[in-house]
Design a binder for this molecule. Structure first.
Ligand SMILES: [Zn+2]
Length: 77
């Protein structure tokens, strides 16, 4: 089983369908048991659509940027 950090690190590739089937399965398995990451995946999904629209992190709403920074910090604790 992979950790939250490992799962989150792979979210972008997961969302892009860029993971090997085996890796994707690992992320899937983790999301199946981890509520924290499920919420974050939703967040990443929203974030990705924002990025696709705007193409620049600088243009992200401050609220989204803040949440992203906070989440990364939490993972590093
Ligand atoms: Zn998790």
């Amino acid at each position: 089983m992979i950790t939250c950090t490992e799962a989150v690190k792979q979210f972008w590739q997961y969302l892009d369908d860029d993971l090997a089937p085996k890796q994707q399965q690992l992320v899937d398995d983790h999301l199946g048991i981890c509520r924290q990451c499920c919420g974050e995946l939703e967040f990443a999904r929203v974030l990705q659509s924002v990025l696709e629209d705007q193409r620049s992190v600088d243009e992200l709403p401050a609220e989204v940027r803040e949440r992203m920074a906070r989440f990364v910090k939490e993972l590093e604790r």
